[in-house]
Design a binder for this molecule. Structure first.
Ligand SMILES: *Cc1c(COP(=O)(O)O)cnc(C)c1O
Length: 382
C-alpha cells in the first residue's frame, strides 16, 4: 500500500486457505445445518478450554441468547456499562428487561465491577461486563454474586485474550461469554457470534434459542408419530450460522494467536512512538497474567471534545480512518427520548467519550503505517 493510501481503523485478513475452505464447504451437500458448525464449535471449545461453545449468526444474536439463557425477562434489571456497542444493552431490551447503566472505571475503561456489585438490587438478574477494546474486564468483584446474578461477559473485543493466564471465555470466567466474528473483530466468519459456557443447562438453552425453540431430543412423540417428530418447547429465533461460515472460522482460528500477537506488537509500537506525547492519554494496559485482545487502540485527547473533533477530522483528511468507540448508549435518541434515560449519570464515561479516538489497529497494518499514523497524530494535535 502506498504511503498515502487510506488506512481503515480495522479490517479482516483473508488468505487463499480461507477461500479454499469456504469453497470446499460450498461444494459439500450441506451448506447450512451440516457438520462444519459442530466441528467449529468443538475447535473453539478446545482453543478456549471451554466445555460448551454455541455458534450464532452474529454477536448480537449471541448476546440475546445469553440474556435469554440467563433467565433475563420482564421486570428484571441488567447492569451494563454505557461505553460499549449498543448490542450489549439491547440484549436486555429484547428480553423485556431494563438495562441500568453503571459507570466505567476511568483506570480501565471497563465496567466498574466494584460499583456494579454494590448496585445489584433485588431485581438485578444479570450483569453484562464488557472487555472494552480487548482489555479483560475484572470479574473478581462479581464473584460473591455467583448464583444470585448471572455474569455475561461481552468479549466481542477480547477473543484470543487471556485473563489470569487462561483464555477469555474459558473456565473461571463469566457464566456466559459472548464473542463476535464481524470482519473488524479478532477473526471473522463474515457475520458470526459465539457463546461459551461451562454449564450444560445454559448450553442447552442457547441451542434451543438458536433454532426457534424447536428440539428433537427430550421430546415425547405419540404412538403414531415417526422420525419426523420434533417439538417447539419455547419461543426461539432462527439465529443459525452457516456451514461455509464455520469453514471460514476453522481456517481463521489457526491464525488467531498470531494475529493477537501482532495486535499487541502494534500497540507496543504506538506506545513507544507516543510515549512522550503529553497531549494524549495512552490506553490502559493489561494486568500481569492477562493478554490484551487489542481489538481497538483508543487514545484520549486530553484537551477534550473540541480538540478531539479537530484531530478526528484532520486525521480523516490525512487518509487515516480513525473512529470513535463509543457514544454513551444512554445518549442515543432511542434510550434518551423513547425510553427516557437520564443523561450525565456516568461522569467517567462522559470523560472518556470526550477524548476518545480509535487509531487503525489490525494485523495487516505495517510498521511503516503505524509510524505514519503516530506522526500524523502528533502533527494535528492542537
Ligand atoms: C461487535 C460487537 C457486538 C456485536 O457483534 P455483531 O457480530 O456485530 O452483532 C457486541 N458487543 C460489542 C462490544 C461489539 O464490539
Amino acid at each position: 500500500m502506498s504511503a498515502s493510501g487510506f488506512l481503515p481503523y480495522g479490517r479482516q485478513e483473508i488468505t487463499d486457505d480461507d477461500v479454499e475452505a469456504v469453497a470446499a464447504a460450498l461444494r459439500s451437500p450441506m451448506i447450512t445445518q451440516g457438520p462444519a458448525i459442530e466441528q467449529f464449535e468443538a475447535a473453539v471449545g478446545d482453543y478456549l478450554g471451554a466445555r460448551h461453545v454455541v455458534a450464532f449468526a452474529n454477536g448480537t444474536a449471541a448476546l440475546h441468547a445469553a440474556a435469554h439463557a440467563a433467565g433475563v425477562g420482564p421486570g428484571d434489571e441488567v447492569l451494563v456499562p454505557p461505553i460499549t456497542f449498543a448490542a450489549s444493552s439491547n440484549c436486555a431490551l429484547y428480553e423485556g428487561a431494563t438495562p441500568r447503566f453503571v459507570d466505567i472505571d476511568p483506570a480501565t475503561w471497563n465496567l466498574d465491577t466494584v460499583r456494579a456489585a454494590r448496585e445489584v438490587g433485588p431485581s438485578t438478574r444479570a450483569i453484562v461486563a464488557v472487555s472494552m477494546t480487548g482489555l479483560p474486564v475484572d470479574l473478581e468483584p462479581l464473584a460473591p454474586l455467583r448464583g444470585q446474578v448471572a455474569v455475561i461477559e461481552d468479549a466481542a473485543h477480547a477473543l484470543g485474550g487471556d485473563r489470569s493466564g487462561r483464555k477469555v471465555g474459558g473456565p473461571g470466567g463469566a457464566d456466559l461469554t459472548c464473542f463476535s466474528m464481524h470482519p473488524v473483530k479478532a477473526m471473522t466468519t463474515g457475520e458470526g457470534g459465539l457463546v461459551s459456557t461451562e454449564d450444560e443447562v445454559l448450553a442447552r438453552s442457547l441451542r434451543l434459542f438458536r433454532t426457534h425453540g424447536i428440539a428433537k431430543e427430550g421430546t415425547s412423540p405419540g404412538p403414531t408419530e415417526g422420525e419426523w417428530w420434533m417439538e417447539m418447547q419455547e419461543l426461539g429465533f432462527n439465529y443459525r450460522i452457516t456451514d461455509f461460515q464455520c469453514a471460514l472460522g476453522m481456517s481463521q482460528l489457526r491464525r488467531l494467536d498470531g494475529w493477537v500477537a501482532r495486535r499487541n506488537a502494534i500497540a507496543a509500537r504506538y506506545r513507544e512512538l507516543l510515549a512522550d506525547e503529553r497531549r494524549v492519554r495512552l490506553p490502559p494496559e493489561a494486568r500481569t497474567g492477562d493478554l490484551h485482545g487489542y481489538h481497538l487502540f483508543v487514545i484520549g485527547v486530553r484537551a477534550g471534545a473540541e480538540a478531539r473533533l479537530a484531530v478526528f477530522r484532520a486525521l480523516r483528511q490525512a487518509g487515516i480512518g480513525v473512529q470513535v468507540h463509543y457514544i454513551p448508549i444512554y445518549s442515543f435518541p432511542y434510550y434518551r427520548d423513547t425510553l427516557g434515560y437520564p443523561q450525565d449519570t456516568c461522569p467517567a464515561a462522559e470523560g472518556y467519550y470526550a477524548g476518545a479516538i480509535s487509531l487503525p489497529m489490525y494485523p495487516g497494518l505495517s510498521d511503516d503505517e503505524v509510524e505514519r499514523v503516530a506522526a500524523a497524530l502528533r502533527e494535528v494535535l492542537p
